[in-house]
Design a protein around this ligand. Sequence first.
Ligand code: IPE
Ligand code: IPE
Ligand code: MG
Ligand code: MG
Ligand code: MG
Length: 319
Amino acid sequence: MNNLENLLSIIEEQFVHHSDFMSGQPDELYAPIRYALSVGGKRLRPALVLMACNLFSDSVQSAIAPALALEVFHNFTLLHDDIMDKALVRRGQPTVHTKWNENTAILSGDAMLIKAYQLLGGCDAKLLPQLLSIFSQTAIEVCEGQQYDMNFETLDQVSESEYITMIRLKTSVLIAACCQMGALVGGASEKDAQLLYDFGVNLGIAFQLQDDYLDVYGNPLVFGKQIGGDIVSNKKTFLMIHALELAKSQILQTQSLSDSEKINAVTQIYTQHSIDTLTQNAINNYYQKALQSLDNVSISSERKIELQRFASQIMQRNK
Ligand code: IPE
Ligand code: IPE
Ligand code: MG
Ligand code: MG
Ligand code: MG
């Protein structure tokens, strides 16, 4: 079994030393790709692919191609998401469309999506049809989730279940696919691979709830993204939908304020109505559900310790 540090160093080594998929001409296309893929990030998704594989197989060799593919795909979504969300900073650095321009972020993003498919093509031929099918289904669901996220910006009421559907699509299914695909390349049964998917879905929901929370309460020096960005762009986050339920008139009064006044006022409303605690409780519920699915996987509990530890580490993140 590999520990998390080993697996993360395998991923970094792949990105640094075998980065031929990030080079080519013209440089205007590839420089933003290298920037996005080397500027850090937690590497959560490829780590999950390798860890899920490692549950069933001592070697993680077969998981490297899908791990890279899923991390490149994730970074593609960020290039386009940052245009859609008008985000200026990510990982403490200017976003691609800010450092270059929107057209660059669109096209380099498109190329990354294609590179993701090319990398996936390096998977074991026997499993490739199934992996491609999971990957494509996931990718289309991410687009569906992103469109719901945009649609919700202009709605003044979104239910919690509509919100959960939206984040399951835009964020969780990718995390779930990482776990399922890792399990499959590691030789898991269909049933265990599905349990890994379920683990990933609930972990992913907890992860996006946390992202919503950190967008308000994160430390600006550590989080790497603009604090209050969701408030400014009218996102129907978990916090906002509950604020609209508990204190709609208070929220409406903040609408004419300047960006920074609005961030302060809305944050105060959240805290006043204990929406921070409400969010933490919801995060914990989904995290517990995730752990239950992992419990049901038919391997020794010893083999699950690294993944459980990683999940717990993710739940304590501050960036
Ligand atoms: C950001 O994902 C997008 C969300 C789903 C919230 P991460 O927080 O995993 O981003 P990086 O790759 O670590 O920067
Ligand atoms: C993440 O949603 C979903 C995708 C990137 C597909 P956010 O818009 O909340 O992600 P961040 O906060 O910009 O990383
Ligand atoms: Mg977004
Ligand atoms: Mg965003
Ligand atoms: Mg966010």
